[in-house]
Design a protein around this ligand. Structure first.
Ligand code: AMP
Length: 118
């Protein structure tokens, strides 16, 4: 069973923010912003490549609820999902990073030249 399946099953404890029958949100253990929450489906889906539009409909509403609970809805935030090797996905269970609580920089993209990757 993968790491986030164990968190969804309460076999590994997490710092929960929000939960319903299908989705769970918890604080990232290594936060990259003052607010850094991960939202996952409780059933295993490898990545965004495999998720259905129906599940995304529920996930969208769930993420919107999370932004209200952690009070970043009005100040703004960023939602990211990393996919596969080039996307830097470390945990192979679909998750959305919800980052906020401060003015976010555009990270490693801010000064990147696309030619640097060729
Ligand atoms: P990614 O690189 O997109 O796969 O992101 C995986 C994220 O999971 C990273 O931001 C990690 O800090 C986070 N993470 C790993 N293990 C845990 C854990 N046990 N509880 C909370 N977050 C975790």
């Amino acid at each position: 069973m993968c790491l986030f399946c164990k968190i969804a099953n309460d076999e590994i404890t997490s710092n929960k923010v929000h939960e319903n029958d299908n989705f769970l949100a918890f604080h990232d253990i290594n936060p990259k912003a003052p607010v850094h929450v991960l939202a996952i489906p409780k059933t295993h889906i490898d990545s965004f490549n495999e998720v259905t539009p129906e599940i995304m409909a529920g996930m969208t509403a769930f993420i919107q609820e999370v932004t209200e609970i952690v009070d970043i809805k009005q100040s703004g935030y960023r939602v990211i999902t990393n996919v596969g090797d080039n996307g830097g996905q470390e945990v192979k269970h679909l998750h959305f990073h919800i980052l906020g609580g401060a003015r976010l920089k555009w990270g490693h993209f801010s000064d990147a030249d696309p030619k640097d990757f060729l």
